[in-house]
Design a protein around this ligand. Structure first.
Ligand code: NAP
Length: 438
């Protein structure tokens, strides 16, 4: 019987995810060896404080503060420290020493992905990062491999569990944003400083990754238009609910072409109204889901846990086995294609439907004036609902108008809203929200 070779695995970080990866590497060593064709030997775990309490029991001699030496002596490196430095330098050292790297560090990939991908290509090693988007959900590999013979047209993702929990809480209890955030923090779904989540920055980093793989072009964080959920009010949620919608923070990447046939990709993160019957509307709590539309496959949805140590470790191990198999079998391995060369479009060029809430004077001819103004700006109305409020003590009445438009460009919609605000019969524009899935 031939001796199975051993591959040295260096683990950087032993926190929420790293500790679970270490546990699985040790506990499931035999199963992983049979799937890989090599034994995966955990050669060491780099941390800041070796004697800190860990979530799992590990041999003390595996823990070290000397990450650099560990990396230089490894066949495979798993980076689960987070942050930019020293993660970035250690990944580059690993690549230059010929090790394949698995990481879950979306912040680093969004900031410096292109340098890391190029270095990995040059060195002929793999850089894999399934855990960086939607935790446990296998989404990057299906986009990159399973759908590589198709043409993806649109990706809609709930890729941040914290904001989905908050919006779901607001939807189900009528709570204001601040109260729902406090509840998320109490339950451990939101960090003490929730900025990266609630301002949409975490989702934007993931949107850049999803767009890059879907459209075979490298998009960076600065290509992503980003609007978080801090401005979403209980009144917005209630009005959306009343009109048959739910509000979700979506990461959207879609290919658009203008009247001359020039193609571009709109990559954006913003609160979005979805019809309550849309598959993404059924994603509750801190769960994640990614909805893909492809020319031949049609509609696909991927759903599961977007975070958590053990679920995320599953995605890390999948990447590790794949990278290890490639070392065992040889060959060029999997590469990402970047031959799309489609430019990122500014937010003005985004095309979507809109929900507009207006308080208006209840006078004859108001609806016709508003409809005409929309038509003059090339924005066509799909539905317009009016609710009249009559003051018991006075003859004066006001009305609330809820308009859903057909797909229109962001620029045309902005001009329409500006013009509507100038009408003397308008008391206020109560909300302008983008709508998908209608
Ligand atoms: P974490 O709990 O904060 O753990 C970080 C680990 O890295 C700790 O063990 C820490 O050591 C070590 N570390 C940090 N800086 C270091 C340094 N300068 N030198 C040596 N060790 C250092 O982080 P996590 O939640 O596991 O997340 C890890 C990565 O996975 C991040 O990039 C995150 O974005 C990504 N991710 C996480 C999740 C999730 O659910 N948590 C989901 C998807 C992706 P000490 O323990 O000694 O402090």
């Amino acid at each position: 019987m031939t001796q199975m070779r051993t591959l040295k695995v260096a683990l950087l970080g032993c926190g929420n995810v790293g500790a679970q990866v270490a546990r699985i590497l040790i506990d499931d060593a035999d199963a992983l060896a049979s799937r890989t064709g090599a034994r995966l030997e955990l050669s060491g775990i780099a941390v800041r404080t070796p004697d800190a309490r860990r979530d799992v029991e590990l041999p003390a001699d595996l823990l070290t503060t000397d990450a650099e030496s560990l990396v230089k002596d490894a066949d495979l490196v798993i980076e689960l420290m987070g942050g930019i430095e020293p993660a970035r330098s250690l990944i580059l050292t690993a690549i230059r020493h010929g090790a394949s790297v698995v990481t879950g560090n979306k912040a680093l990939l969004a900031q410096d992905g292109p340098t890391l991908y190029e270095e990995a290509d040059k060195a002929g090693v793999q850089l894999s990062y399934e855990a960086a988007v939607a935790g446990a959900i296998p989404i990057l590999r299906p986009i990159r491999d399973s759908l590589s013979g198709d043409r993806i047209t649109r990706v809609l993702g709930i890729v941040n569990g914290t904001t989905n929990f908050i919006l779901d809480q607001m939807d189900s209890t009528g709570a204001q944003f601040a109260d729902a955030l406090a509840e998320a923090q109490r339950l451990g779904y939101a960090e003490a400083d929730p900025t990266a989540d609630v301002e949409g920055l975490d989702a934007a980093a993931k949107a850049a990754i999803l767009a890059s793989l879907s459209f075979h072009t490298r998009f960076a964080l600065e290509d992503v238009y980003c609007e978080g959920i801090t401005g979403v009010t209980a009144a917005d949620i209630a009005a959306a609910k009343d009109a048959g919608f739910v509000i979700k923070l979506l990461a959207i990447a879609e290919k658009l072409s203008d009247s001359e046939g020039n193609e571009g990709v709109s990559v954006r993160v913003h609160p979005t109204l979805l019809p309550r019957e849309h598959p993404l509307a059924a994603v509750h709590g801190a769960f994640n889901a990614v909805f893909i539309e492809a020319e031949n496959a049609g509609e696909l949805m991927f759903y599961g846990q977007g975070a958590g140590g053990t679920p995320t470790a599953s995605a890390v191990l999948g990447d590790l086995v794949s990278a290890a198999r490639r070392i065992v079998l040889g060959g060029p391995g999997r590469t990402e294609t970047t031959t799309g060369h489609v430019p990122a479009l500014p937010i003005d060029a985004a095309v979507t439907s809109y929900y507009i809430g207006l308080d208006v004077a209840d006078q004859p001819g108001v609806l016709a004036r508003i409809a005409q103004l929309f038509a003059e700006h090339g924005v066509s109305i799909e539905t317009m609902r009016q609710t009249v409020h009559r003051e018991p003590s006075s003859p004066a009445t006001s009305a609330e108008l809820r308009i859903v438009t057909h797909r229109a460009s962001e620029a045309a919609l902005a001009a329409t809203v500006q013009a509507v605000k100038g009408l003397d019969v308008i008391t206020s524009v109560t909300s302008v929200l983008r709508v998908e899935g209608v």
